[in-house]
Design a protein around this ligand. Structure first.
Ligand code: SF4
Length: 114
């Protein structure tokens, strides 16, 4: 079973529209649905905070303290599909930064639940 980390958009999660941290990303990972090609263990769930500068350090700290290197890092669907989008960067830019820093493959999106 793959061990993964998920990054959510804090601005969205804090606004209470059915935050992905409640269940969607976790259910998709557990069941191998959405962008997860097999049931996966979520070892870290890191919340991005505007303007995104803390994301890489917090992700690095989560990996260090949890003592694991994820097989994949997922950007949550709320982060990837946000309309209007994040004013500080595109999902592709976030993914490239994370991939360059960690050496771990980054997947855009987590689930397709409403
Ligand atoms: S920087 Fe962008 S992705 Fe990160 S919390 Fe703010 S709006 Fe969301």
């Amino acid at each position: 079973m793959k061990k993964v980390a998920v990054v959510g958009c804090g601005a969205y999660m804090d606004s209470g529209y059915g935050c992905p941290g409640e269940w969607r990303c976790l259910k998709a990972a557990a069941l191998g649905e959405g962008k997860f090609d097999e049931p996966s263990q979520v070892i870290a769930f890191v919340k991005c905070e505007c303007p995104g500068r803390t994301l890489l350090p917090n992700l690095g700290m989560a990996m260090k303290l949890a003592e694991f290197k994820p097989d994949k890092i997922y950007l949550s669907s709320c982060l990837v599909n946000a309309k209007p989008g994040c004013p500080y960067g595109t999902p592709e830019e976030f993914a490239a930064l994370i991939q360059e820093k960690t050496g771990v493959e980054v997947v855009l999106g987590t689930h397709a639940y409403p």
